[in-house]
Structures are given as structure tokens and as C-alpha cells.
Design a protein around this ligand. Sequence first.
Ligand code: FUB
Length: 341
Amino acid sequence: MGHNTGRATPTIAAALCALVLWPLAVQADDTTAPGSNPLFRDRFTADPAPLVVDDRLYLYVGHDQARGEEMFNMREWLVYSTPDMKTWTDHGPIMNVADFTWAKADAWASQAIEKDGRFWFYTSVEHDDTHPGKAIGVAVSDSPTGPFVDAKGSALVTNQMTPKGDHSWEDIDPTVFTDDDGSTWLAWGNRQCYIARLKPNMIEIDGPITEITPPHFEEGPWLHKRGDTYYLTYASLDRATHTDERISYATAPSIQGPWTYRGELTGSGKNSFTIHPGIAEFKGNWYIFLHNAALTIGDEQGALGRRAVTVEYLQYNPDGTLKPVVQTDAGVSVPAGETAH
Ligand code: FUB
């Protein structure tokens, strides 16, 4: 063996040591080990949004069926769940774009939360020609696995409600967060980032829509809180230096800000222009779900619309800032803190 070159005979201690370390090395290199990336390999998935309910973590994703030259072909959302971040149950589709009668295409990014015993699913779609452009819909279910039904019968946010933006896909990528006082907030956007409070009925905006666009904001905001600190994590694009999105974040002492930019958290997703964060604490660890385009299925290779969701540990410094995250093949198949890729 190459690593023994120069030694006449390995000692028994060295041999025992190698035997003890060998399973770890194999696990780190084994890209099929439970918890390794990408999480789901039989279809293309994007825009992961975790939700913890009791002792399971549910993961909502968009299903991309793009082929050939198509960029995206997303018509439905799927949900998976896990009790341990290693074994996943496929619960299938929870909703189709057609279930929003006023929408005509594009099952883009979403997030579900639980409130008052029901599950509320906020998502991005293309509105029909009565309100041209992207829009945000809200659906509801009594179960995290659906089925979800349109809760409002019309869009919660349309392109016309945010006149500042000069493009039609400004109103996408909702993130929803319930604060300690019980108020629930919706943030969203592309190029501009907005936040608004929701009424207790969860299907109407309550008060003003406020712009909170942090530096290099592109899309995909995600709100969460740890201790006294609020986090706004998002897909960023510094056009002066990068060609693909990365993840950046800001923090604040309250949901209403002020937000302080904290810099980049990740690099770009492999082969992918987009990247999209979803964050949750589950059974004592924090996780950040992302996507890249490293998966190949048959002839269909990773590309703009052929993405696959991944997960990494999310770790905090003592001052509450986030440790840089690297997208790895090993994912959470190895314990937190190990660096195997
Ligand atoms: O998956 C469609 C769109 O691409 C999402 O809404 C964005 O966040 C980006 O990931």
C-alpha cells in the first residue's frame, strides 16, 4: 500500500488504527451514504423550504420537469419528510399550479408554516393576464403533507402591488415567519426585497409593504430567529464580481430591522446560476438547505433548470454571526464539524 512506503512492517498499533479509521474514510467518500447530497436523485428539485412539525422535518420543493433547451418547467410542489436527516419519505405532490385558478404557470419558490393548528403554504406563480407578472398565492391544509387548497381564491401579492420594480418577476419567493408576539410576517422579492405583516387570517396583508432590500439582494429571502437575533438570508449577486448567485445574510434586533449586512455565507451552487436558502433547527442541530445543479438523470444533466436540493449544517459563532457554509457531497452523512466533501 502506498501509504506504508518506507516502513518495513506496520506496527500492530498502526494496523489497528487504520482499521478503526477505515469505516470513517469510506463513509466520507460514499456519496450514497444517507444524508449525502443531493438529497433526492430520481427527479430535479429546487427551492427547498423546511418546516419542523413535532419530531419530523418536512421539506417542500419545486419539481422541475425541464427537458432539452427548456429553462424551467415547474408545475407542482412536492414534500418529503425525515425523522433523522438521513432517511426521507416521499409524500408526493402537495399542489399543482392549476389549483390556483388565477395562475397560469411556474411552481416557483415556496414556504409553509404552521399556525393555529393549520398549515399555510405561500408560493410564487405566474399570474394570468388579469394581473400580468409573477404573484404570491397562499394555500392551506390540515396536514403538512396536504393536500393544500387555495386559501384566498386570488393572489395575496401581485406585481401591481409593488410598482417600484421594472421587471415582471419581482414578486416571488415568499418567506413567512411568526414572531414571539404572534404576529406573522411575509418577506419576498427579486432585486427588491419587501416585508409586510399578515392579518391573523393569514390571507391578507396588514398595513404597509416596506422595502428592506439588503446589499446584492437577488431573490430567495429566508427569515429566521435564533436567540435575540433575526436573520434575513438570501440569494445574492454582486454583478461586479460574480456571474452566479451566492448566499448572503443580514441580521437585525427586531423583525422590523434595522438590518445589518453580514456578508456572504456560501459560494455558488455547482453548475447553477441560482441558489436558494431554507433554514431550520431540528433535534439539536441547525441546517441550511440549498440547491445546485450537480445531478444527472439519464441524458438530463445539471443546468439552469435542472437543480437538486442539498443540505449542510449551519453553525453560529459566539457573537451570532454565521460560519461560512460549503456545499459538500457528504452533506449531513458525517457529523457536524467534519470537513469531508
Ligand atoms: O426555481 C424558480 C426560481 O429560481 C425561484 O423562485 C428562485 O428563487 C430561483 O431559485
